[in-house]
Design a binder for this molecule. Structure first.
Ligand SMILES: C[S@@+](CC[C@H](N)C(=O)[O-])C[C@H]1O[C@@H](n2cnc3c(N)ncnc32)[C@H](O)[C@@H]1O
Length: 256
């Protein structure tokens, strides 16, 4: 984390988050060892470049955002855990947090969740292996916060969002979507269907986006909101269909 150490006196970096992150550098290093000194080249994470296990300061704003937005949060559902970097940031924010992690692949997430549980003894980390869309329907627990960072496709993320909405502890639905560029359509549909209290998208590479949505407590109004959302999803699907079809055909032609 040499880049961060060099900038720590700069006013943008001289804060509680940077201090906690630097203190956690041995944990960050140990994660790589726990994973057998391997990583999935090309797979994104909150702390590293996708080609090398090295701290990336270019993503500092999104790292700080997830840290700050989970500081007073007790329970989190995370979809997409990989090497546990976003998980580490949330545990630094609140070491007593209860987190359920879902990942389709346990090669890294299985080892890392066990390791982080052994470090953050006051936390509770549950790991569920499987496709989010198969696992989410079986979850009955409710959560204060959702981190959506699994499959990077608008359709899957839209379905994950619908599950998250059902699993929120209160009508204050708080989420972070990672790589927000891949779900711009969903973001638009959420914003045109629900009451948005706060929306934050930091300026950095592989941007994430925080949303605080106030769901209507009145059940009739809630049904109306959900209908409006479904309608908006259907309209955007129809609008985008020709482009999707074209991309599909081009991919097929390139393969042959
Ligand atoms: C970008 S990585 C997550 C990075 C992680 N949050 C971090 O900061 O280190 C995406 C992860 O989502 C998992 N994934 C992809 N599609 C999924 C799905 N449909 N259900 C559950 N996990 C999925 C992948 O196996 C991968 O580990």
């Amino acid at each position: 984390m040499i880049d961060l150490k060099n900038k720590i006196t700069n006013k943008d970096y001289d804060n509680e988050f940077s201090k906690k992150l630097l203190e956690a550098e041995p944990i960050f290093d140990e994660i790589y060892k726990v994973c057998g000194n391997q990583m999935e080249y090309g797979c994104g994470s909150y702390l590293t470049h996708s080609q090398k296990y090295e701290y990336s300061i270019e993503m500092y704003p999104k790292q700080k955002l997830i840290f700050e937005k989970t500081t007073n949060v007790n329970s989190v559902l995370e979809i997409g855990t990989y090497m546990g970097h976003s998980l580490l940031l949330m545990l630094l924010a609140n070491p007593n947090m209860h987190i359920t992690c879902i990942d389709i692949d346990d090669k890294y997430a299985g080892k890392v969740t066990k390791y982080l549980q052994s470090i953050f003894l006051n936390s509770k980390i549950d790991f569920l292996k499987g496709n989010s869309l198969s696992v989410l329907p079986s979850i009955t627990k409710k959560y204060d916060f959702f981190h959506v960072d699994g499959a990077h496709g608008n359709t899957t993320i839209t379905r994950e969002f619908i599950y998250c909405k059902k699993l929120s502890t209160t009508n204050d639905l708080k989420l972070i979507f990672d790589d927000v560029e891949v779900c711009n359509t969903l973001q638009g549909n959420i914003k045109s269907s629900f009451n948005i209290i706060e929306s934050v998208t930091p300026n950095c590479v592989n941007k994430n986006s925080y949303l605080h949505i106030k769901l209507n407590p009145d059940s009739k109004e809630n049904i109306k909101e959900n209908r409006r959302f479904k309608f908006n999803v259907a309209i955007s699907f129809i609008k985008e269909f020709p482009m999707r079809l074209l991309r599909f055909i081009i991919r097929k032609l390139n393969k042959n």
